[in-house]
Design a protein around this ligand. Structure first.
Ligand code: BV8
Ligand code: ZN
Length: 262
């Protein structure tokens, strides 16, 4: 690690200790060391990213599902199958432990906003709240382990392991779909408002493992900056975000525990 990186790391450790309100935004990169494929860019652990092999408009959009429900359903069933045994890595665990310490001490608010749908933050102990209270986990893009009816939105609680046909809703006969936010769909307004509040009110914004290309999540960093927050990015491939104050060029699982466990 070069001297600038070492200096950045020391400065970020101090920021973490002195911050009052922290907003953490994570993306697929925080789960790469758990063996879950990212969407863009390259990850040592999982090689080629999903969007280099599949078309997101076909497989992660509402239009794609309406066009070919079976194909989209089966792609999500494949993703659930390959990811069902994946475990949280040191980054997920360090975030969850920091949140717990902060809640116990009452000295800091640490709110976690994730774009990830893999459920690993929750598995690591971060606490999802549909309608966030400060210090919890906000799953902006939903959760791949949950399903609901496209027509009446009723939750579908049946176990769908191995189900290859699109299940039918028991209430209205509609189509069951994964409870994730697809391209072209609006985010849950309560979650989005909670995420905006966390970014707006924080004095430290940590962007971890995201390519910052998907909106509106990618706009949270700018919102935090506009209110004077310090911006830290942890990513082996630094993004073009010009508002980043401290760039930690490295893996989340390697660097994040060093930053918060001191
Ligand atoms: C919406 C589904 C209102 C779940 C996903 C404004 C401007 C431009 C475009 C838009 C805009 N507003 C809306 C849009 C359209 C669109 C959009 O943003 N398009 C982009 C691509 C231009 N947004 C939407 O449609 C959103 N809806 O805004 O509603 C509306 C409605 C209609 C019309 C207009 C507006 C909905 C967005 C949600 C889409 N759903 N997924 C699923 O199947 O997973 S997006 C998908 O990308 C995932 O959710 C993912 O989380 C998300 C973001 O990707 P990242 O998490 O950043 O992951 P990525 O692979 O890209 O990057 C990983 C990074 O990790 C890399 O940088 C890599 O270097 C790094 N890394 C690798 N290893 C490590 C690491 N980092 C640390 N440690 C490591 N070890
Ligand atoms: Zn229904």
């Amino acid at each position: 690690m070069d001297d600038l990186q070492k200096q950045n790391l020391e400065k970020v450790k101090k920021l973490v200790q002195s911050a009052k309100r922290v907003c953490i935004l994570t993306g697929a990169g925080v789960s790469a060391e758990s063996g879950i494929a990212t969407f863009r860019g390259y990850s040592e652990e999982t090689g080629e990213s999903l969007w280099s092999k599949y078309d997101p408009q076909q497989l992660a959009s509402i239009d794609g599902f309406l066009q070919d429900p079976e194909m989209v359903w089966q792609w999500y069933q494949w993703r659930r199958e390959v990811n069902q045994d994946k475990q949280p890595n040191p980054a997920h665990i360090a975030i969850a432990q920091w949140q717990k310490r902060a809640k116990q001490s009452g000295q800091q608010d640490v709110t976690l906003v994730t774009q990830n749908v893999d459920g690993l933050h929750q598995k690591a102990g971060s606490d999802p709240k549909q309608y966030s209270v400060i210090g919890s986990l906000i799953e902006l893009h939903g959760n791949i382990w949950q399903n609901h009816c496209l027509q009446c939105s009723k939750e579908h609680l049946e176990d769908v392991t191995g189900v290859q046909q699109v299940p039918k809703c028991q209430s209205c006969g509609g189509q069951i779909r994964p409870s994730v936010v697809w391209f072209g769909e609006v985010l849950d307004q309560n979650k989005w408002q909670a995420a905006e509040t966390a970014a707006y009110c924080c004095d430290l914004f940590l962007s971890i493992g995201t390519s910052s290309q998907v909106y509106p999540a990618a706009g949270l960093m700018m919102l935090a900056k506009s209110q004077g927050a310090k911006i830290v990015e942890i990513n082996p491939e630094p993004t073009q975000n010009s508002v980043v104050d401290y760039q930690i060029k490295g893996k989340a699982g390697e660097f994040f525990p060093q930053i918060v466990n001191n």
